[in-house]
Write a protein that binds this ligand. Structure first.
Ligand code: PMP
Length: 351
């Protein structure tokens, strides 16, 4: 196992912090006159007893996720989207105005935004034009103040997996936290890195129910890491960060793994169809390989195509302003009908 001193990394104020103790930490049954709830009940009748606060530690959900990912419940954190985990990790280890994070553009935008909110510098080490990591450049740019490296695999917006050897080299060599964001992992053939958190105490794997599980509206994200790292983010999260409605929906989703896999397969088939249809357009110059539920395409005049599609009610994402993504659009794989509408509109607009 890698040698790693987590305490050296955690901000001193967070180490000293006495976390808020919620009433439900101590008792969750009996005559509950401890939390200033409304004992007369909720205005919205529900078997969930919405007049009572939820479990602050989300033990049922964490157990389900742990079973699914073959880790321990203590190695799992549930957040209001994985965006919450990104924010908490930065606030746990990065001293505002002093420390930095490292990202590898083009990549998901929230790492930079969350660092900005906490007043942390962002070191950018772009991927290669083939969208792979430049490990030596990363280690040249890292300073003593760099506390987290964010990697995203499969990467958004490029849709490709990062090479495993590069990710593991970074996890092994870097003294800070390495976050591997696996929001799209269930669409890829590659196994999750979640199983490796016992081996690498500085590795944090982010996942979400927003994509393959189709639960973006419920807001449920997952961080998987060593028990020590998870305890730090549990200590600083808002006391009741997952509400009962979301928790129940999440539990139901996690009970339907076969359905999730069936949907992933349908999306895969639609993705293959779209990729092959895209190949028939002269104005689609490049279709990048995809291990996710979206496809990055390079077209002639991406901005104009983006605007014309939107005018016809088909909304895709313009990504041409990102490094190595000149003239690109990111297209989410939709249902068969949605994809037909996209293709129909493309045929009308471009050749
Ligand atoms: N990571 C990546 C790479 C994403 O693309 C997204 C959402 N687009 C997220 C994290 C955030 O997901 P959520 O907060 O819905 O869990």
């Amino acid at each position: 196992m890698k040698k790693f001193d987590l305490n050296r990394l955690i901000r001193p104020n967070i180490q000293k912090l006495q976390p808020y103790r919620s009433a439900r930490d101590d008792f969750d049954s009996g005559i509950l006159l401890d939390a200033n709830e409304n004992s007369f009940g909720s205005l919205v009748p529900s078997e969930l007893e919405l007049h009572r606060y939820p479990d602050p530690y989300q033990n049922k959900l964490r157990k389900m996720v742990a079973g699914f990912r073959e880790v321990k419940p203590e190695q799992v954190f549930m957040g209001s989207g994985s965006d919450e985990a990104i924010d908490l990790l930065i606030r746990a280890v990065c001293e505002p105005g002093k420390d930095s994070i490292l990202i590898t553009p083009p990549t998901y935008g929230m790492y930079k935004v969350s660092a900005g909110i906490n007043d942390n510098a962002v070191i950018s080490v772009p991927l290669t034009p083939a969208f792979q990591l430049r490990t030596e450049a990363i280690f040249n740019e890292v300073t003593d103040a760099t506390k987290i490296i964010f990697l995203c695999s499969p990467n958004n917006p490029t849709a490709n997996l990062l090479n495993q050897d590069d990710i593991l080299e970074i996890v092994e060599r870097f003294d800070g936290l390495v976050v591997v964001d696996e929001a799209y992992i269930d669409f890829s053939e590659q196994p999750s890195y979640a199983g490796r958190v016992s081996e690498y105490p500085n590795l944090v794997v982010l996942q979400t129910l927003s994509k393959a599980f189709g639960m973006a509206g419920a807001r449920l994200g997952i961080a998987i890491a060593s028990e020590e790292v998870i305890n730090v983010i549990l200590k600083i999260k808002a006391p009741y960060n997952i509400n009962k409605l979301t928790a129940q929906a999440g539990l139901q989703a996690l009970e339907r793994l076969d359905e999730m896999k069936a949907t992933v397969h349908k999306i895969y088939k639609e993705k293959c169809r779209l990729i092959s249809e895209f190949g028939t357009f002269k104005d689609i110059r490049k279709v990048f390989p995809s291990d996710a539920n979206f496809i990055l395409i390079q077209v002639v005049n991406a901005k104009e195509l983006y605007r014309k599609l939107a005018a016809n009610g088909v909304i895709v994402r313009y990504r041409g302003d990102q490094i190595h993504c000149e003239e690109t659009l990111r297209v989410t794989v939709g249902t068969r009908d949605e994809n037909d509408a996209l293709l129909h509109n493309l045929r009308q607009i471009i050749s």
